[in-house]
Design a protein. Structure first.
Length: 286
């Protein structure tokens, strides 16, 4: 039997009945509704074994929606459906994952197939069963904001776009305003920079995948975050959003990437990498 812990009526998201059906096959479902502005209510679903994570995420949704909107704007649903899985099997079912799921994945955002020109449907954020223990309160907050950024930007994002753009922008929104020093936000990049090893270029897509031969996720995500943080600091957040919208339109070969950067930032790829490397070096030294 589902339990409603707070709120008035559930958001009229068509995916909820099926989501509850799937989750109830694992354990009774608890529901925490989160009132928002009119027409923008959110909901967190989970099980009693993860009640603490359900309640904490529910308390973070309102601030997370505001934080994402402060960067991206308000042209998105400004509400969230969040599910907390009870185990790896349920996480795979809720994210439509094929095969085994990497134990490094703490959360994922999913949606129905996107139809160009239409608003995405079936969007939700799914947290792994051990996410609360593994991430802690600060990590849960940042991860929720990261995944909500993907949801907010989904309608303007084409599959196959550069991962440093997609993941780096979400990382930037997730960490924005946390007040952490560069060395704490990017420990791997900092350690390498202090040893004289600066990134030669922006991270390739393969670097974000743990089981890929070229995979180096810790460095890739930090480098992607730092590239987006660099843009926000040097050119402003409006330019960062404009760059995302320009580069999240599909695969970007060398000339297309260079043109996109020049049109939005006024500098090309090579100049960007040089300035970004200098920015990293300066912050890693403090």
């Amino acid at each position: 039997m589902a339990a409603c812990s707070t709120g008035s009526s559930a958001p009229a998201d068509p995916q909820l009945p099926e989501l509850r059906r799937v989750m109830s096959s694992y354990a009774p479902v608890v529901t925490h509704q989160v009132p928002g502005s009119p027409g923008h209510s959110s909901v967190v679903l989970g099980h009693s074994s993860r009640q603490a994570d359900v309640d904490r995420l529910a308390s973070e949704i309102g601030p997370a929606v505001d934080a994402v909107s402060a960067v991206w704007g308000t042209d998105w649903a400004r509400a969230a459906v969040v599910a907390v899985a009870s185990d790896d099997s349920e996480f795979a079912a809720l994210t439509h994952s094929q095969g085994s799921v990497s134990t490094e994945v703490a959360a994922a955002s999913v949606s129905d197939p996107v139809v160009p020109g239409r608003q995405p449907t079936g969007q939700r954020v799914v947290f792994a069963a051990d996410a609360g223990t593994r991430l802690g309160p600060d990590g849960l907050r940042e991860t929720l904001r990261h995944e909500l950024t993907h949801i907010a930007a989904r309608a303007r994002t084409v599959d196959g776009s550069p991962q440093w753009v997609l993941e780096g922008f979400a990382e930037y929104c997730g960490r924005r305003g946390d007040g952490q020093r560069f060395a704490r936000s990017a420990p791997t990049v900092t350690a390498r920079a202090r040893a004289g090893d600066l990134p030669a270029d922006l991270p390739v897509d393969a670097a974000f995948t743990p089981d890929n031969a070229a995979g180096d996720p810790a460095a890739a995500y930090e480098q992607a975050w730092s590239a987006n943080a660099f843009v926000a600091e040097r050119f402003g957040e409006r330019a960062l959003v404009a760059l995302y919208r320009r580069l999240a339109t599909g695969p970007q070969d060398g000339p297309a990437l260079d043109r996109g950067m020049r049109d939005v930032l006024g500098i090309g790829h090579d100049e960007f990498v040089t300035a970004w490397r200098q920015w990293i070096a300066a912050r890693a030294a403090t």
